[in-house]
Design a protein around this ligand. Structure first.
Ligand SMILES: Nc1ncnc2c1ncn2[C@@H]1O[C@H](COP(=O)(O)OP(=O)(O)OP(=O)(O)O)[C@@H](O)[C@H]1O
Length: 265
């Protein structure tokens, strides 16, 4: 390996920043979705968001990604006490956004390509890393296929690979495992959890059990404007599994909290 290649591999991702919403209000077409929200998200942890469809979960991710028009919100979202800097956040949206004319590997490296890293002296390293990750995601047989040749679950895994390869300190995941069968879902959760160790992850799910498996912190979004309730999962570390009475109790509590507020997911 050349010294240039060693230098590239030695590049460290900056540590996950603290994230604070301060007095954050957001309206969409006259509907006040968030009203003076104050929220501190745990750094280097998985923060899970649950709530009924349309309550405002994706809007919260959009706000974190810096994608809300300036005129639509007030208040602040602070990363280590400052405004968002580009390259801090990667976002896996509900739609996989794969480009139909690119192969699986090329789609997974889209971020590199857009930043013209593919013209850097190290395209082989990036490509090898992508191919290894895609193999770990069970896509080894499909590296050179186009998205149209893949199932929904496979496409979702390519989108997950692209997000993981971005290697940003803050990762936003909008229902990343929803198209997967139960076994693949559990395997992909394990892999994503390992890959995103020490990053701040904010993930939306409709599945209380998934939230309890992965979450260091769990937030329920209810009502309009949104009220956030924090639910503490069991003391054990994620990836929690099995059917312990404590997990069952927490799952029942989440469902009860959302039903009490008339929230049906
Ligand atoms: N850019 C936008 N385009 C369309 N609708 C929006 C937009 N931003 C906010 N909204 C509206 O804000 C509300 C919250 O939407 P949001 O997508 O945040 O909900 P959600 O909780 O993520 O829903 P789901 O679980 O169905 O994805 C909805 O009524 C939605 O129509």
């Amino acid at each position: 390996m050349t010294s240039h290649e060693k230098a590239l591999l030695a590049i460290k991702v900056p540590p996950a920043p603290t994230i604070q919403f301060r007095n954050f209000s957001f309206s969409y077409k006259g509907q006040l979705l968030f009203d003076r929200l104050d929220l501190d998200l745990a750094t280097g942890c998985w923060n899970l968001l649950l709530g009924r469809s349309g309550v405002g979960k994706t809007s919260l991710l959009r706000a974190l990604a810096g994608l809300l028009p300036d005129t639509s919100y007030s208040g602040e979202i602070l990363f280590d006490g400052k405004k968002l800097v580009s390259d801090q956040v990667s976002w896996m949206t509900q739609d996989d956004l794969l480009l139909p004319w690119l192969s699986v590997v090329e789609n997974s490296l889209l971020g590199n390509r857009l930043r013209a890293w593919s013209r850097s002296p190290f395209p082989i390293i990036a490509r090898n890393k992508a191919e290894n990750l895609l193999r770990a995601l069970g896509l080894g047989e499909h590296l050179h296929k186009r998205p149209a040749e893949l199932s929904g679950g496979m496409r979702q895994r390519v989108a997950l690979a692209r997000t993981l390869l971005e290697d940003r300190p803050v990762v936003l995941l909008d229902e990343p495992f929803s198209a997967l069968d139960a076994l693949t879902r559990s395997e992909m959760q394990d892999l994503a959890f390992e890959q995103l160790m020490h990053k701040t992850v904010i993930m939306i799910t409709h599945d209380p059990r998934e939230a309890l498996r992965l979450g260091h912190d769990i937030y329920l979004l209810k009502g309009s404007p949104v009220q956030l309730t924090r639910v503490s999962p069991p003391e054990t570390v994620p990836l929690r599994s099995g059917f312990s009475s404590e997990l069952q109790w927490c799952e029942n509590r989440i469902i009860a909290e959302l039903s009490l507020a008339g929230e049906i997911m």
